[in-house]
Design a protein around this ligand. Structure first.
Ligand code: PMP
Length: 319
């Protein structure tokens, strides 16, 4: 706790807060504020890549639109529109050389009595940083990273109740249920969990979408009804279609996972993340399959500006 409070020193980043660039360690919220107490903070997480044309934010517009949609679903009166948020992101990335990600948060900083805030003024904070350099190394921790995953299928704990918190909303409250399940899975030796939705169909992992590759080469992923509309998910669907692969967005039963040739997860933080086993049963050959590998490499090239077919997805911050 003391450590976190003294972060103004070593982490030499600037965080954009309501229009001003503030040193990392000087950004403050009160412990009693609404977003801490009621989990009302919404956020979106963007990746930044070094490209031959300098740093670029990947699919900035889509992430910002999803953030605004999260605000709408929650009823948060957002103080800024899409163009203003995008301009602030570009300013923040320029002010933080070497950043590899951006987190935009919108939250209620006021201290409240009721669940409904009397003061509904929303603050926006934008941080551009590098997770390894600025968070893991600073915390003197070893990064948790595995190039391939062993999953546990979490059937008891549903992702969420869509009639209460829509799964399309990237609000901190939506991460409590996956946190409990993933923590238990980690203690049992697994890397990540796969959750089912309230109907019992495959939903998504704690912070990743999921894809199956069938033995005939088709790519399948749960439709968007009860999952977060992942930007990486959408990118993989577009790239696969562009490459002539057959893709299907549909309901998937948990048993179908075990018959797939390959399974992988997708997320901004990890790109394409191959799955080796689920509940200790190997998927396919039990090693990284050829389609997962090809899409992983392909997606990496797209994000780094090495594929001209998808250049429109990059916002070059110095141009
Ligand atoms: N599902 C959930 C619940 C997530 O938190 C994330 C991470 N944002 C994803 C899926 C993957 O989304 P994206 O590809 O946009 O990072």
């Amino acid at each position: 706790m003391l450590r976190a409070m003294s972060q103004s020193g070593p982490v030499d980043r600037l965080i954009w807060v309501n229009g001003e660039l503030v040193p990392w360690g000087e950004v403050k919220v009160h412990v009693l504020c609404h977003s801490m107490q009621r989990a009302s903070l919404i956020f979106d997480f963007y990746s930044v890549h070094e490209t031959p044309r300098g740093p670029a934010v990947f699919r900035m517009a889509e992430h910002t639109r999803r953030l605004l949609r999260s605000g709408e679903l929650l009823g948060l009166p957002m103080p800024l529109g899409e163009d203003e948020i995008n301009a602030a992101i570009v300013e923040t990335v320029r002010a933080n050389p070497g950043a590899s990600c951006v987190k935009v948060c919108a939250y209620l900083p006021s201290i409240e009595v009721e669940v409904v805030p009397a003061d509904d003024r929303v603050s926006i904070a934008i941080a551009a940083y590098d997770s390894l350099r600025d968070v893991v190394a600073y915390n003197a921790g070893t990064p948790w990273y595995k190039p391939e995953l062993r999953l546990r299928l979490e059937k008891d704990r549903q992702k969420m109740r869509p009639e209460i918190i829509p799964p399309q909303c990237k609000v901190s409250a939506n991460y409590t249920s996956p946190m409990i399940a993933k923590w238990a899975a980690r203690r049992a030796g697994y890397d990540e969990i796969l959750l089912v939705d309230h109907r019992g169909y495959v939903a998504e992992a704690s912070t990743e979408n999921v894809f199956l590759i069938e033995r005939d080469g088709r790519l399948r992923t749960p439709s968007l009804d009860f999952v977060l509309p992942g930007v990486t998910r959408d990118s993989i669907l577009a790239i696969a279609k562009h490459d002539g692969r057959v893709v299907e967005e549909c309901a998937i039963r948990p048993e179908e996972l075990f018959g797939a040739a390959e399974v992988f997860l997708t997320a901004t933080s990890a790109g394409v993340w191959p799955v080796l086993s689920i509940d200790d049963s190997p998927i396919g050959s039990g090693s990284v399959g050829p389609v997962s590998k090809a899409l992983r490499d392909r997606f990496h090239d797209v994000t780094c500006g090495r594929d001209s077919a998808f250049h429109a997805w990059l916002r070059f911050v110095n141009e």
